[in-house]
Design a protein around this ligand. Sequence first.
Ligand code: ADP
Length: 479
Amino acid sequence: MIVPAFIDGAELASDSVFNSVDPATGEVIAKVSRSSVADVDRAVAAARAATQGVWRAMGARERGLVLRRLASLIERDAARLAELESRDVGKPLAQAKADVAVAARYFDFYGSVVGAFHGETLPSADDLTVYTRREPFGVTAHITPWNYPLQISARTLAPALAAGNCAVHKPAEDTPITAIEVARLAREAGMPDGVLNVVQGPGDVGAALAGHAGIDHVSFTGSVATGRLVAAAAATNVIPSTLELGGKSPNIVFNDADLELAIPTVVNSIIQNAGQTCVAGARLLVQSGVHGTVVTEIVRRFEALTIGRGLDDPDLGPLVNRRQQQQVATLVAGARGSAKLLTGGETPTEGDLAAGSFYLPTLFDEVAPDSPIAQDEVFGPVLVVTPFHEDTEALRYANGTDYGLVAAVWTNDLNRANRFARDLHSGQVFVNTYGAGGGVELPFGGVKRSGHGREKGFEALAGYTQSKTVAIRFSGSDR
Ligand code: ADP
């Protein structure tokens, strides 16, 4: 398969190519055209030209119709898209199908609600009428990661395009395939040329885009280290950035929790997508009265998980590449001396699994809350357990990392739930649930090193527009 770039409505192959690999087998599944700096220039110029054209002039309703048609086309092609995504990322097919459904939902949601997104009329002097207009930035850049390529690109592109921006998207080099499929479907849905452009390549292509003087806003999802570079580039051009940089999110399970509800959710929150999820429930803070029961049950469930290639739909697929596998192995090795390893802690070395970048579901108990394995984002199927006695201790541990993306509290005490919802340093707090099934409508984003800006819900439309205040003065007899 050849995967091109997509600029000004046309597919662009280049002589310089790189491979996209199936992480379950190491097999090359696509040759990808690497965009040059000149291609990035062309993509930004095409988007700029499109901002002067029909997209903005269409108005919210017409743009919304195109986005909703795109949603229908994604649903029409769901089976094919899910298969491509599963092979490219390594994720279980059921997860890939869910990702496709959520991607379609983003385009449908923003295509539907953008017509209801409006400015305000403001009180002022009697002879003044003052109102705000919500205006698109112009050209928005979108740099997306490899863990949920379709879902995250839809999350960022749908509100930006709905608001009237024209976009340049750079998907991650490990997972370049579905971005181009979405661009093709957008063209089929009637999106004018230049409104959505895709450039392909590794970090230097991302850097060329993030630092481009012709963009007006940059949205980035990925690591803290790269997020800093993107934000610095945005600062140089004095443009806003939206950064979603991951987390070390805690599930906090109290003695009074409904364990039948809590335990499967805790397991799923770290196993989903092999732990390569920004909102992975990577830490378990568990109260001493249920600590033993909870940990024993998690070990049982971890050891019963099926592992295999994504297309065979196991519980756990491979990690995205060997580098990621190595990173997980290194962080786990560093924790062995200090924490109690209850299960996992290995790369499978026998049978079919040896050919892929797999890692066994891993559980550490009695983990010191300030140790690296409890502080650093692992991005693998590694859960660390820290027991606690008192509420204050749980809150201190929960808030005691550089991150603050999501947190969940498992309790039947309403006062406690309310207190934690108030006091947790986190962009989202869940009580007796986790993640809310994608939560397209629910504002999402981090505090602290998890980033800034909000995506999803109506807030994303605010994030991809800027307000202009208009004051009109009446004179003479109309005053
Ligand atoms: P990882 O290291 O796990 O791949 P990154 O945060 O580096 O995570 O990658 C997320 C996205 O950022 C990818 O699309 C990647 O190509 C891109 N990227 C990497 N380096 C840079 C950079 N210096 N500037 C802009 N984008 C970058």
